[in-house]
Design a protein around this ligand. Structure first.
Ligand SMILES: Cc1cc2nc3c(=O)[nH]c(=O)nc-3n(C[C@H](O)[C@H](O)[C@H](O)COP(=O)(O)OP(=O)(O)OC[C@H]3O[C@@H](n4cnc5c(N)ncnc54)[C@H](O)[C@@H]3O)c2cc1C
Length: 479
Protein backbone atom coordinates (compact mmCIF):
# COMPACT_ATOMS: atom_id res chain seq x y z
CA UNK A 1 0.00 0.00 0.00
CA UNK A 2 1.26 3.51 -0.80
CA UNK A 3 0.62 6.85 0.94
CA UNK A 4 0.07 10.09 -1.01
CA UNK A 5 -0.25 13.61 0.36
CA UNK A 6 -2.07 16.49 -1.26
CA UNK A 7 -3.69 19.86 -0.52
CA UNK A 8 -7.16 18.82 -1.73
CA UNK A 9 -8.55 15.33 -2.36
CA UNK A 10 -11.66 15.22 -4.53
CA UNK A 11 -13.99 12.20 -4.37
CA UNK A 12 -15.80 11.77 -7.70
CA UNK A 13 -14.86 12.81 -11.25
CA UNK A 14 -18.38 13.85 -12.22
CA UNK A 15 -19.50 17.38 -13.04
CA UNK A 16 -19.14 18.67 -9.46
CA UNK A 17 -15.77 17.00 -8.86
CA UNK A 18 -14.27 18.20 -12.15
CA UNK A 19 -15.32 21.80 -11.46
CA UNK A 20 -13.89 21.55 -7.94
CA UNK A 21 -10.59 20.25 -9.34
CA UNK A 22 -10.32 23.14 -11.77
CA UNK A 23 -10.81 25.69 -8.97
CA UNK A 24 -8.16 24.01 -6.79
CA UNK A 25 -5.68 24.11 -9.66
CA UNK A 26 -6.59 27.74 -10.37
CA UNK A 27 -5.76 28.56 -6.75
CA UNK A 28 -2.30 27.00 -7.25
CA UNK A 29 -2.84 24.12 -4.80
CA UNK A 30 -2.16 20.42 -5.35
CA UNK A 31 -5.00 17.94 -5.88
CA UNK A 32 -5.84 14.27 -6.28
CA UNK A 33 -8.99 13.19 -8.14
CA UNK A 34 -10.48 9.87 -7.05
CA UNK A 35 -13.05 8.01 -9.19
CA UNK A 36 -14.50 4.55 -8.61
CA UNK A 37 -16.36 4.20 -11.92
CA UNK A 38 -15.86 5.08 -15.57
CA UNK A 39 -15.02 8.65 -16.59
CA UNK A 40 -17.54 10.66 -18.63
CA UNK A 41 -19.95 12.02 -15.93
CA UNK A 42 -23.48 10.90 -15.06
CA UNK A 43 -24.95 13.80 -17.07
CA UNK A 44 -23.39 12.60 -20.32
CA UNK A 45 -23.34 8.83 -19.72
CA UNK A 46 -26.74 8.05 -18.19
CA UNK A 47 -28.49 11.33 -17.32
CA UNK A 48 -29.30 14.58 -19.10
CA UNK A 49 -27.88 13.76 -22.52
CA UNK A 50 -29.15 10.22 -23.32
CA UNK A 51 -32.57 11.10 -21.87
CA UNK A 52 -32.83 14.16 -24.12
CA UNK A 53 -31.61 12.12 -27.10
CA UNK A 54 -34.42 9.60 -26.49
CA UNK A 55 -36.90 12.48 -26.18
CA UNK A 56 -35.64 13.92 -29.50
CA UNK A 57 -36.51 10.61 -31.21
CA UNK A 58 -39.91 10.58 -29.48
CA UNK A 59 -40.58 14.16 -30.63
CA UNK A 60 -39.97 13.11 -34.24
CA UNK A 61 -42.51 10.26 -33.92
CA UNK A 62 -45.02 12.45 -32.10
CA UNK A 63 -44.65 15.23 -34.70
CA UNK A 64 -45.33 12.76 -37.54
CA UNK A 65 -48.47 11.46 -35.79
CA UNK A 66 -49.76 14.96 -35.01
CA UNK A 67 -49.14 16.35 -38.50
CA UNK A 68 -52.77 15.68 -39.50
CA UNK A 69 -53.85 18.45 -37.09
CA UNK A 70 -52.39 20.85 -39.64
CA UNK A 71 -53.86 19.08 -42.68
CA UNK A 72 -50.61 17.23 -43.39
CA UNK A 73 -51.42 13.54 -43.67
CA UNK A 74 -48.86 10.86 -42.94
CA UNK A 75 -50.52 7.45 -43.07
CA UNK A 76 -50.06 5.63 -39.72
CA UNK A 77 -48.52 2.65 -41.56
CA UNK A 78 -45.93 5.02 -43.08
CA UNK A 79 -44.59 5.82 -39.61
CA UNK A 80 -42.27 2.98 -38.75
CA UNK A 81 -40.18 3.16 -35.60
CA UNK A 82 -36.93 1.26 -35.93
CA UNK A 83 -36.50 0.24 -32.30
CA UNK A 84 -32.82 -0.66 -32.67
CA UNK A 85 -31.97 2.47 -34.69
CA UNK A 86 -33.55 4.73 -32.04
CA UNK A 87 -31.25 3.36 -29.33
CA UNK A 88 -28.25 3.21 -31.70
CA UNK A 89 -28.46 6.97 -32.25
CA UNK A 90 -28.99 7.63 -28.55
CA UNK A 91 -25.84 5.65 -27.75
CA UNK A 92 -23.78 7.06 -30.63
CA UNK A 93 -24.44 10.68 -29.66
CA UNK A 94 -24.27 9.87 -25.94
CA UNK A 95 -20.84 8.25 -26.43
CA UNK A 96 -19.66 11.36 -28.26
CA UNK A 97 -20.63 13.56 -25.30
CA UNK A 98 -19.25 11.23 -22.63
CA UNK A 99 -16.02 10.51 -24.57
CA UNK A 100 -15.36 14.26 -24.79
CA UNK A 101 -15.72 14.50 -21.00
CA UNK A 102 -13.61 11.39 -20.43
CA UNK A 103 -10.83 12.72 -22.73
CA UNK A 104 -10.59 15.87 -20.60
CA UNK A 105 -10.03 13.73 -17.49
CA UNK A 106 -7.57 11.43 -19.25
CA UNK A 107 -5.56 14.53 -20.26
CA UNK A 108 -4.91 15.25 -16.55
CA UNK A 109 -1.60 13.95 -15.09
CA UNK A 110 -1.97 10.22 -14.48
CA UNK A 111 -0.26 10.46 -11.08
CA UNK A 112 -3.03 12.74 -9.83
CA UNK A 113 -5.89 10.48 -10.94
CA UNK A 114 -6.67 7.59 -8.63
CA UNK A 115 -8.95 4.70 -9.53
CA UNK A 116 -10.96 3.12 -6.76
CA UNK A 117 -13.61 3.73 -4.15
CA UNK A 118 -12.67 6.32 -1.51
CA UNK A 119 -13.67 6.03 2.12
CA UNK A 120 -12.82 8.12 5.15
CA UNK A 121 -10.36 6.60 7.62
CA UNK A 122 -9.68 9.89 9.43
CA UNK A 123 -10.87 13.51 9.36
CA UNK A 124 -9.12 14.24 6.05
CA UNK A 125 -7.58 10.83 5.41
CA UNK A 126 -9.02 8.60 2.73
CA UNK A 127 -8.40 5.00 1.79
CA UNK A 128 -8.76 4.42 -1.96
CA UNK A 129 -9.66 0.80 -2.69
CA UNK A 130 -7.14 -1.16 -0.67
CA UNK A 131 -4.12 0.30 -2.42
CA UNK A 132 -3.65 3.98 -1.53
CA UNK A 133 -3.87 6.05 1.64
CA UNK A 134 -4.46 9.74 0.84
CA UNK A 135 -3.55 12.35 3.44
CA UNK A 136 -5.15 15.67 2.46
CA UNK A 137 -5.39 19.16 3.92
CA UNK A 138 -8.99 19.36 2.69
CA UNK A 139 -11.53 17.04 1.02
CA UNK A 140 -14.31 17.72 -1.51
CA UNK A 141 -17.02 15.03 -1.50
CA UNK A 142 -18.64 14.98 -4.96
CA UNK A 143 -19.72 11.35 -5.18
CA UNK A 144 -23.11 11.91 -6.86
CA UNK A 145 -26.24 9.76 -6.53
CA UNK A 146 -27.68 6.40 -7.60
CA UNK A 147 -31.20 5.36 -8.69
CA UNK A 148 -33.43 4.04 -5.91
CA UNK A 149 -35.18 0.70 -6.42
CA UNK A 150 -38.65 0.34 -4.86
CA UNK A 151 -38.81 -2.56 -2.41
CA UNK A 152 -41.70 -4.18 -4.33
CA UNK A 153 -39.38 -4.75 -7.30
CA UNK A 154 -36.55 -6.47 -5.45
CA UNK A 155 -37.93 -9.95 -6.32
CA UNK A 156 -37.86 -9.34 -10.10
CA UNK A 157 -34.53 -7.52 -10.39
CA UNK A 158 -33.35 -9.05 -13.71
CA UNK A 159 -36.30 -7.34 -15.47
CA UNK A 160 -35.87 -4.02 -13.64
CA UNK A 161 -34.19 -1.17 -15.50
CA UNK A 162 -33.00 2.20 -14.23
CA UNK A 163 -31.70 5.20 -16.13
CA UNK A 164 -28.28 3.51 -15.76
CA UNK A 165 -29.34 0.49 -17.85
CA UNK A 166 -32.25 1.64 -20.05
CA UNK A 167 -30.06 3.09 -22.79
CA UNK A 168 -28.03 -0.14 -23.04
CA UNK A 169 -31.02 -2.19 -24.28
CA UNK A 170 -30.42 -3.54 -27.80
CA UNK A 171 -33.98 -2.55 -28.76
CA UNK A 172 -36.94 -0.70 -27.27
CA UNK A 173 -39.13 -3.09 -25.24
CA UNK A 174 -42.72 -3.90 -26.28
CA UNK A 175 -44.07 -2.68 -22.96
CA UNK A 176 -42.79 -1.16 -19.75
CA UNK A 177 -44.13 -0.28 -16.31
CA UNK A 178 -42.61 2.94 -14.99
CA UNK A 179 -42.42 3.22 -11.21
CA UNK A 180 -42.36 6.92 -10.37
CA UNK A 181 -44.07 10.00 -11.81
CA UNK A 182 -41.39 12.59 -11.06
CA UNK A 183 -39.50 14.46 -13.79
CA UNK A 184 -37.17 11.56 -14.73
CA UNK A 185 -39.90 8.88 -14.80
CA UNK A 186 -42.19 11.10 -16.85
CA UNK A 187 -39.48 12.17 -19.31
CA UNK A 188 -38.36 8.60 -20.02
CA UNK A 189 -41.78 6.93 -19.84
CA UNK A 190 -43.51 9.52 -22.01
CA UNK A 191 -40.71 9.33 -24.60
CA UNK A 192 -41.10 5.53 -24.75
CA UNK A 193 -44.88 5.95 -25.07
CA UNK A 194 -44.42 8.28 -28.04
CA UNK A 195 -42.04 5.74 -29.56
CA UNK A 196 -44.80 3.13 -29.61
CA UNK A 197 -43.95 1.27 -26.39
CA UNK A 198 -46.98 0.36 -24.23
CA UNK A 199 -46.29 2.26 -20.99
CA UNK A 200 -48.09 2.44 -17.64
CA UNK A 201 -46.96 4.62 -14.74
CA UNK A 202 -47.30 3.52 -11.10
CA UNK A 203 -47.21 5.68 -8.00
CA UNK A 204 -48.52 4.81 -4.52
CA UNK A 205 -49.32 8.51 -4.14
CA UNK A 206 -51.82 10.35 -6.32
CA UNK A 207 -49.17 12.73 -7.58
CA UNK A 208 -47.79 13.53 -11.05
CA UNK A 209 -44.75 15.78 -11.46
CA UNK A 210 -42.71 17.69 -8.90
CA UNK A 211 -45.11 20.60 -8.31
CA UNK A 212 -45.92 21.93 -4.84
CA UNK A 213 -48.67 24.24 -6.18
CA UNK A 214 -51.92 22.25 -5.90
CA UNK A 215 -53.57 24.17 -8.77
CA UNK A 216 -50.68 23.53 -11.18
CA UNK A 217 -50.33 19.93 -9.97
CA UNK A 218 -54.00 19.15 -10.53
CA UNK A 219 -54.15 20.66 -14.03
CA UNK A 220 -50.88 18.94 -15.02
CA UNK A 221 -52.28 15.64 -13.84
CA UNK A 222 -55.45 16.15 -15.92
CA UNK A 223 -53.40 16.94 -19.02
CA UNK A 224 -51.12 13.90 -18.65
CA UNK A 225 -54.02 11.63 -17.75
CA UNK A 226 -55.50 12.29 -21.20
CA UNK A 227 -52.30 11.02 -22.89
CA UNK A 228 -50.84 8.37 -20.56
CA UNK A 229 -51.91 5.37 -18.55
CA UNK A 230 -51.47 6.52 -14.95
CA UNK A 231 -52.00 4.11 -12.06
CA UNK A 232 -51.97 6.63 -9.20
CA UNK A 233 -52.61 5.68 -5.60
CA UNK A 234 -51.66 2.14 -6.67
CA UNK A 235 -50.96 -0.41 -3.96
CA UNK A 236 -48.75 -3.13 -5.45
CA UNK A 237 -50.01 -6.51 -4.22
CA UNK A 238 -47.72 -8.84 -6.13
CA UNK A 239 -44.90 -8.82 -8.68
CA UNK A 240 -43.85 -12.04 -10.42
CA UNK A 241 -42.32 -13.51 -13.56
CA UNK A 242 -44.48 -15.49 -15.93
CA UNK A 243 -43.57 -16.73 -19.39
CA UNK A 244 -40.81 -14.12 -19.83
CA UNK A 245 -43.03 -11.26 -18.63
CA UNK A 246 -43.33 -9.27 -15.45
CA UNK A 247 -46.80 -9.52 -13.95
CA UNK A 248 -47.89 -6.60 -11.75
CA UNK A 249 -50.92 -6.98 -9.58
CA UNK A 250 -52.18 -3.78 -7.93
CA UNK A 251 -55.18 -2.32 -6.14
CA UNK A 252 -56.42 1.13 -7.18
CA UNK A 253 -57.74 3.74 -4.72
CA UNK A 254 -61.31 2.50 -5.37
CA UNK A 255 -60.38 -0.98 -4.16
CA UNK A 256 -60.45 -2.55 -7.64
CA UNK A 257 -57.67 -5.02 -8.45
CA UNK A 258 -55.77 -5.09 -11.75
CA UNK A 259 -53.22 -7.47 -13.24
CA UNK A 260 -51.03 -6.28 -16.11
CA UNK A 261 -48.10 -7.83 -17.96
CA UNK A 262 -45.00 -5.96 -19.13
CA UNK A 263 -41.72 -6.90 -20.79
CA UNK A 264 -39.74 -4.56 -18.51
CA UNK A 265 -40.03 -2.33 -15.46
CA UNK A 266 -38.29 1.04 -15.08
CA UNK A 267 -37.49 2.15 -11.52
CA UNK A 268 -37.64 5.97 -11.45
CA UNK A 269 -38.75 6.78 -7.92
CA UNK A 270 -35.80 9.07 -7.21
CA UNK A 271 -32.09 8.92 -6.49
CA UNK A 272 -30.14 8.48 -3.29
CA UNK A 273 -26.87 10.28 -2.52
CA UNK A 274 -23.79 7.99 -2.68
CA UNK A 275 -23.02 8.25 1.02
CA UNK A 276 -23.01 4.70 2.31
CA UNK A 277 -19.55 3.69 1.05
CA UNK A 278 -17.84 6.83 2.36
CA UNK A 279 -17.60 5.64 5.99
CA UNK A 280 -18.46 9.17 7.16
CA UNK A 281 -18.43 7.98 10.75
CA UNK A 282 -14.61 8.33 10.57
CA UNK A 283 -14.82 11.90 9.27
CA UNK A 284 -16.07 13.43 12.53
CA UNK A 285 -18.67 15.39 10.51
CA UNK A 286 -22.09 16.15 11.92
CA UNK A 287 -24.70 14.27 9.88
CA UNK A 288 -28.45 14.85 9.44
CA UNK A 289 -31.00 12.06 9.89
CA UNK A 290 -30.43 10.93 6.28
CA UNK A 291 -26.70 10.57 6.95
CA UNK A 292 -25.80 13.64 4.84
CA UNK A 293 -23.13 15.96 6.29
CA UNK A 294 -24.67 19.20 7.55
CA UNK A 295 -23.27 21.95 5.32
CA UNK A 296 -23.61 25.64 4.53
CA UNK A 297 -24.95 26.10 1.00
CA UNK A 298 -23.17 29.47 0.61
CA UNK A 299 -19.73 27.92 1.21
CA UNK A 300 -20.46 24.18 0.74
CA UNK A 301 -18.43 23.63 3.95
CA UNK A 302 -19.42 20.92 6.42
CA UNK A 303 -19.49 22.65 9.81
CA UNK A 304 -16.07 24.17 10.41
CA UNK A 305 -14.19 21.14 9.03
CA UNK A 306 -11.88 21.24 5.99
CA UNK A 307 -14.47 19.10 4.19
CA UNK A 308 -16.83 20.38 1.45
CA UNK A 309 -19.70 18.82 -0.50
CA UNK A 310 -20.85 19.49 -4.07
CA UNK A 311 -23.40 18.13 -6.54
CA UNK A 312 -26.08 15.45 -6.14
CA UNK A 313 -24.44 14.11 -2.98
CA UNK A 314 -25.83 16.96 -0.88
CA UNK A 315 -29.43 16.26 -1.97
CA UNK A 316 -30.31 19.97 -2.31
CA UNK A 317 -30.50 20.83 -6.02
CA UNK A 318 -29.85 17.70 -8.07
CA UNK A 319 -29.41 19.37 -11.47
CA UNK A 320 -26.40 19.85 -13.67
CA UNK A 321 -25.83 23.60 -13.48
CA UNK A 322 -25.97 23.46 -9.69
CA UNK A 323 -23.45 20.59 -9.61
CA UNK A 324 -21.12 22.85 -11.63
CA UNK A 325 -21.70 25.85 -9.39
CA UNK A 326 -21.37 23.91 -6.14
CA UNK A 327 -18.20 22.24 -7.48
CA UNK A 328 -16.68 25.68 -8.12
CA UNK A 329 -17.64 26.96 -4.65
CA UNK A 330 -16.43 23.80 -2.88
CA UNK A 331 -13.16 23.65 -4.84
CA UNK A 332 -12.31 27.32 -4.32
CA UNK A 333 -13.03 27.13 -0.60
CA UNK A 334 -11.21 23.83 -0.11
CA UNK A 335 -8.14 25.40 -1.76
CA UNK A 336 -8.40 28.47 0.48
CA UNK A 337 -9.28 26.75 3.74
CA UNK A 338 -9.47 28.12 6.47
CA UNK A 339 -10.20 31.40 4.58
CA UNK A 340 -13.58 30.22 3.35
CA UNK A 341 -15.89 32.74 1.67
CA UNK A 342 -19.63 32.70 1.02
CA UNK A 343 -20.97 32.90 -2.54
CA UNK A 344 -24.34 34.17 -3.70
CA UNK A 345 -26.39 31.16 -4.86
CA UNK A 346 -28.43 31.32 -8.03
CA UNK A 347 -32.20 31.33 -8.09
CA UNK A 348 -33.34 27.70 -8.18
CA UNK A 349 -34.36 26.46 -11.63
CA UNK A 350 -35.44 22.99 -12.69
CA UNK A 351 -37.01 21.93 -15.97
CA UNK A 352 -38.69 18.70 -17.08
CA UNK A 353 -38.60 17.87 -20.79
CA UNK A 354 -42.06 16.34 -20.74
CA UNK A 355 -44.97 17.08 -23.09
CA UNK A 356 -45.97 19.73 -22.12
CA UNK A 357 -42.70 20.85 -20.53
CA UNK A 358 -42.66 21.72 -16.84
CA UNK A 359 -40.54 24.02 -14.66
CA UNK A 360 -40.12 25.34 -11.16
CA UNK A 361 -38.02 28.37 -10.29
CA UNK A 362 -37.23 30.59 -7.33
CA UNK A 363 -39.49 30.02 -4.36
CA UNK A 364 -41.85 27.08 -4.69
CA UNK A 365 -45.54 27.57 -3.95
CA UNK A 366 -44.96 25.81 -0.62
CA UNK A 367 -42.17 28.24 0.32
CA UNK A 368 -44.05 31.28 -1.02
CA UNK A 369 -47.12 30.34 1.01
CA UNK A 370 -45.14 31.20 4.17
CA UNK A 371 -44.91 34.82 2.97
CA UNK A 372 -47.37 37.52 1.95
CA UNK A 373 -47.63 36.96 -1.81
CA UNK A 374 -50.10 37.45 -4.63
CA UNK A 375 -50.35 34.84 -7.38
CA UNK A 376 -50.42 35.89 -11.02
CA UNK A 377 -51.92 33.18 -13.21
CA UNK A 378 -52.40 32.49 -16.89
CA UNK A 379 -53.51 29.50 -18.90
CA UNK A 380 -52.07 28.43 -22.25
CA UNK A 381 -55.40 26.87 -23.29
CA UNK A 382 -56.37 29.93 -25.37
CA UNK A 383 -52.96 31.56 -25.75
CA UNK A 384 -52.38 32.79 -29.31
CA UNK A 385 -49.06 31.20 -30.24
CA UNK A 386 -49.83 28.01 -28.32
CA UNK A 387 -53.00 27.53 -30.41
CA UNK A 388 -51.09 28.31 -33.63
CA UNK A 389 -48.71 25.40 -32.98
CA UNK A 390 -51.46 23.15 -31.58
CA UNK A 391 -49.85 22.93 -28.12
CA UNK A 392 -52.40 24.91 -26.12
CA UNK A 393 -52.19 23.11 -22.79
CA UNK A 394 -50.48 24.78 -19.87
CA UNK A 395 -50.67 26.89 -16.77
CA UNK A 396 -48.36 29.49 -15.23
CA UNK A 397 -48.55 30.58 -11.59
CA UNK A 398 -46.18 33.35 -10.46
CA UNK A 399 -45.53 34.20 -6.79
CA UNK A 400 -45.05 37.92 -6.23
CA UNK A 401 -44.11 39.68 -2.98
CA UNK A 402 -47.08 41.86 -1.99
CA UNK A 403 -44.99 44.65 -0.47
CA UNK A 404 -42.13 45.00 -2.97
CA UNK A 405 -43.95 43.55 -6.06
CA UNK A 406 -40.80 41.52 -6.77
CA UNK A 407 -41.15 38.19 -8.59
CA UNK A 408 -40.15 35.45 -6.11
CA UNK A 409 -40.83 32.26 -8.00
CA UNK A 410 -43.09 30.28 -10.31
CA UNK A 411 -44.40 26.82 -11.08
CA UNK A 412 -45.54 26.22 -14.65
CA UNK A 413 -46.09 23.79 -17.47
CA UNK A 414 -46.85 24.40 -21.13
CA UNK A 415 -45.24 24.81 -24.54
CA UNK A 416 -41.74 26.30 -24.69
CA UNK A 417 -41.37 26.31 -20.91
CA UNK A 418 -37.64 25.53 -21.14
CA UNK A 419 -37.28 29.10 -22.50
CA UNK A 420 -39.95 31.06 -20.60
CA UNK A 421 -38.78 29.55 -17.29
CA UNK A 422 -35.29 30.93 -17.96
CA UNK A 423 -36.69 34.43 -18.50
CA UNK A 424 -38.63 34.23 -15.24
CA UNK A 425 -35.64 32.83 -13.33
CA UNK A 426 -33.39 35.62 -14.65
CA UNK A 427 -36.03 38.18 -13.63
CA UNK A 428 -36.37 36.65 -10.15
CA UNK A 429 -32.59 36.60 -9.69
CA UNK A 430 -32.43 40.30 -10.57
CA UNK A 431 -35.27 40.92 -8.12
CA UNK A 432 -37.31 42.65 -10.82
CA UNK A 433 -40.75 43.96 -9.87
CA UNK A 434 -43.91 43.35 -11.89
CA UNK A 435 -43.95 46.91 -13.30
CA UNK A 436 -40.29 46.53 -14.46
CA UNK A 437 -41.18 43.30 -16.22
CA UNK A 438 -44.28 44.70 -17.92
CA UNK A 439 -42.16 47.52 -19.37
CA UNK A 440 -40.07 44.92 -21.26
CA UNK A 441 -40.80 44.22 -24.96
CA UNK A 442 -42.96 41.18 -25.76
CA UNK A 443 -42.99 40.21 -29.43
CA UNK A 444 -46.24 39.02 -30.99
CA UNK A 445 -47.29 36.26 -31.40
CA UNK A 446 -45.02 34.38 -28.97
CA UNK A 447 -45.27 32.02 -26.03
CA UNK A 448 -43.66 34.76 -23.91
CA UNK A 449 -46.95 36.66 -24.17
CA UNK A 450 -48.45 33.94 -21.96
CA UNK A 451 -46.01 35.00 -19.25
CA UNK A 452 -47.06 38.62 -19.72
CA UNK A 453 -50.69 37.64 -19.10
CA UNK A 454 -49.67 36.14 -15.74
CA UNK A 455 -47.63 39.27 -14.91
CA UNK A 456 -50.63 41.47 -15.75
CA UNK A 457 -52.85 39.29 -13.57
CA UNK A 458 -50.46 39.85 -10.66
CA UNK A 459 -50.37 43.58 -11.52
CA UNK A 460 -54.18 43.80 -11.38
CA UNK A 461 -54.27 41.96 -8.05
CA UNK A 462 -51.68 44.41 -6.68
CA UNK A 463 -53.70 47.35 -8.03
CA UNK A 464 -50.72 48.47 -10.08
CA UNK A 465 -52.22 48.64 -13.50
CA UNK A 466 -53.72 52.14 -13.46
CA UNK A 467 -50.22 53.59 -13.32
CA UNK A 468 -49.09 51.54 -16.36
CA UNK A 469 -49.10 52.56 -20.03
CA UNK A 470 -52.25 51.19 -21.75
CA UNK A 471 -50.27 48.66 -23.80
CA UNK A 472 -48.57 47.35 -20.62
CA UNK A 473 -51.98 47.01 -18.94
CA UNK A 474 -53.26 44.80 -21.75
CA UNK A 475 -55.53 47.43 -23.27
CA UNK A 476 -53.83 47.26 -26.71
CA UNK A 477 -56.34 46.26 -29.39
CA UNK A 478 -55.69 44.29 -32.57
CA UNK A 479 -53.50 41.42 -31.25
C1 LIG B 1 -32.04 10.28 -16.32
C2 LIG B 1 -31.52 11.59 -15.80
C3 LIG B 1 -31.80 12.76 -16.49
C4 LIG B 1 -31.32 13.97 -16.03
N1 LIG B 1 -31.61 15.09 -16.74
C5 LIG B 1 -31.15 16.28 -16.32
C6 LIG B 1 -31.40 17.45 -17.09
O1 LIG B 1 -32.06 17.41 -18.12
N2 LIG B 1 -30.90 18.62 -16.64
C7 LIG B 1 -30.17 18.71 -15.48
O2 LIG B 1 -29.75 19.81 -15.11
N3 LIG B 1 -29.90 17.60 -14.73
C8 LIG B 1 -30.37 16.40 -15.14
N4 LIG B 1 -30.07 15.28 -14.41
C9 LIG B 1 -29.28 15.42 -13.17
C10 LIG B 1 -27.77 15.57 -13.44
O3 LIG B 1 -27.35 14.55 -14.30
C11 LIG B 1 -27.01 15.49 -12.10
O4 LIG B 1 -27.50 16.51 -11.25
C12 LIG B 1 -25.50 15.68 -12.26
O5 LIG B 1 -25.00 14.82 -13.24
C13 LIG B 1 -24.81 15.40 -10.91
O6 LIG B 1 -23.41 15.54 -11.03
P1 LIG B 1 -22.44 15.08 -9.84
O7 LIG B 1 -21.09 15.56 -10.16
O8 LIG B 1 -23.05 15.44 -8.53
O9 LIG B 1 -22.48 13.50 -9.88
P2 LIG B 1 -21.82 12.43 -10.95
O10 LIG B 1 -21.64 13.01 -12.30
O11 LIG B 1 -22.66 11.23 -10.78
O12 LIG B 1 -20.39 12.19 -10.33
C14 LIG B 1 -20.17 11.45 -9.16
C15 LIG B 1 -19.00 10.51 -9.38
O13 LIG B 1 -18.54 10.02 -8.13
C16 LIG B 1 -18.13 8.68 -8.29
N5 LIG B 1 -18.13 8.05 -6.96
C17 LIG B 1 -19.21 7.72 -6.18
N6 LIG B 1 -18.80 7.25 -4.98
C18 LIG B 1 -17.44 7.27 -5.01
C19 LIG B 1 -16.42 6.90 -4.07
N7 LIG B 1 -16.74 6.45 -2.85
N8 LIG B 1 -15.13 7.03 -4.44
C20 LIG B 1 -14.80 7.52 -5.66
N9 LIG B 1 -15.72 7.89 -6.58
C21 LIG B 1 -17.01 7.77 -6.26
C22 LIG B 1 -19.16 8.10 -9.25
O14 LIG B 1 -18.66 6.95 -9.92
C23 LIG B 1 -19.39 9.28 -10.21
O15 LIG B 1 -18.56 9.21 -11.35
C24 LIG B 1 -30.52 14.03 -14.85
C25 LIG B 1 -30.20 12.85 -14.15
C26 LIG B 1 -30.69 11.65 -14.63
C27 LIG B 1 -30.33 10.39 -13.89
Amino acid sequence: MRTLTTDVAIIGAGTAGLNARREVERAGRSWLLIESGPYGTTCARTGCMPSKLLIAAADAARGARRARLFGVHIAPEAIRIDREAVLDRVRRERDRFSDLNAQKVLALPVAQRLSGRARFVGKTELMVGDHTLVQAQAVVIASGSTPLIPRELEGIMPQVLTSDSLFELPSLPDSIAVFGTGAIGLELGQALHHLGVRVAFYNPLEVVGPFTDPVVAERFREVLDADLQLALGAKILETRFDAGCVVLHHRDPNGRQHERRFSKVLAAIGRKPNLSDLCLEHSGLELDDQGTPIFDSATMQCGSAPVFVAGDIDGERPVLHEAEHEGCIAGANAARYPNVSARQRRVALSIGFTHPQLAMLGLTHKQAAERDVVIGESSYDDQGRARVIGQNRGLVRLYVDRASHVLLGAELFGPGVEHTAHLLAWAAQQELAIADLLRMPFYHPTLEEGIRTALRDAGHKLDLMNGCAPEDRGDRVGD
